[in-house]
Design a protein. Structure first.
Length: 350
């Protein structure tokens, strides 16, 4: 497994990593442990979680994902082999994250509480990469991707990025977290964090975790240049478009146990133009004789601004299949054919 540098740090992470948001909802503790065992055995060292998880977010399940990872690390005694990434929720009307019952924000108090609770659930003294899950300000749609129905007008009561960054810096100074990252952030937000870090002598963000796939390449518009020039590499999530790029939902199929079948939360990948674009990539994979999931993962992994592709699976069989993307090479011919489809369909799923 290829390892890539995390920002400007001395930490190297696997080019494929394991996402865990199904642990505690779709996956039991035993199933989560089995996925983690397989991932580590196959060379994955970056494990990604969040205080929000599992998905879909609910008060009665919140934190279970962390607990499953924590019990696995304790049972295996392998904390030193893991680059552990977690996230603090951004602005939210949900009141179950904080002991006060107040809506979540990115204030100093919120961040300190989130870190302390996360460390306890994960049964560890430190988190390698702590990420802001989404902003505490109004942005143009979740993931900070441009949409046609959202105007990112500033909010009067948004928490200043300076306060959030300073609070994260306190946690770094305390030794509770080692590096900080962003998620679902815009180009403006990323540069603001970087500028404040330089101005105030605070820790620099080392990564950004945003959606990126064959049907959502909006990261390339502004953030890709930042990733290169500022060494804030992409940790790509939803590279399979929440399963649509595997073909399992084609022609309206609803497989038993699939996320759409269970929760019907995939509207991001059901927008106008999405089906035609998805089918074009599925047809390309068939023509190439490559599994569509492996083609999608290999494409994302081949991008020069990419640090790691986060894999999400609900079984070890799915995870093993996704790991097969390591054997797929995006040749110039395949790149040209992908480009042709992209020029016809663009990014219908921001």
């Amino acid at each position: 497994m290829e390892k890539r540098r995390l920002g400007r740090t001395d930490v190297f992470v696997s080019s494929l990593s394991l996402g865990t948001m199904t642990f505690g909802e779709q996956n039991t503790e035993a199933e989560g442990h089995a996925q983690l065992d397989l991932a580590l055995d196959r060379g994955i060292n970056l494990i990604d979680t969040a205080e929000l998880y599992p998905i879909p977010p609910k008060a009665e399940t919140q934190g279970r994902t962390d607990e499953i990872i924590g019990s696995w690390m304790k049972a295996r005694g392998n904390r030193d082999r893991i680059v552990l990434a977690s996230k603090v929720v951004g602005r939210s009307t949900n009141t179950w994250f904080r002991d006060s019952g107040a809506p979540a924000r990115l204030t100093r108090a919120d961040i300190q509480e989130a870190v302390d609770k996360g460390l306890k659930r994960l049964q560890t003294d430190y988190i390698d990469l702590y990420q802001v899950h989404w902003p505490d300000r109004n942005v143009s749609g979740f993931g900070s991707n441009p949409t046609v129905w959202s105007d990112p007008e500033p909010l009067e009561d948004e928490t200043p990025i300076e306060e959030t960054l300073s609070a994260l810096a306190d946690q770094v100074k305390a030794g509770k977290i080692r590096h900080i990252g962003l998620s679902n952030e815009s180009a403006w937000g990323t540069m603001r964090y970087l500028a404040l870090a330089e101005k105030l002598g605070l820790p620099r963000v080392v990564s950004i975790q945003n959606a990126y796939s064959l049907v959502n390449r909006t990261f390339e518009t502004g953030l890709a240049e930042i990733a290169h020039r500022e060494n804030v590499g992409l940790l790509a999530y939803s590279t399979l478009a929440q399963g649509y790029l595997t073909g399992k939902y084609r022609d309206g199929a609803l497989p038993a146990g699939a996320r759409k079948t269970l929760f019907d939360r995939l509207q991001r990948y059901e927008k106008p133009g999405a089906e035609a674009a998805i089918n074009a990539y599925l047809d390309l994979a068939a023509d190439l004789g490559v599994a569509p999931a492996q083609l999608a993962i290999a494409f994302a992994r081949s991008r020069s601004f990419l640090t790691s592709v986060i894999l999400g699976a609900t079984s070890t069989a799915q995870l093993e299949h996704d790991l097969g993307a390591l054997d797929v090479r995006i040749t110039d011919e395949i790149e040209d054919r992908i480009t042709e489809i992209f020029q016809h369909h663009g990014s219908p799923c921001p």
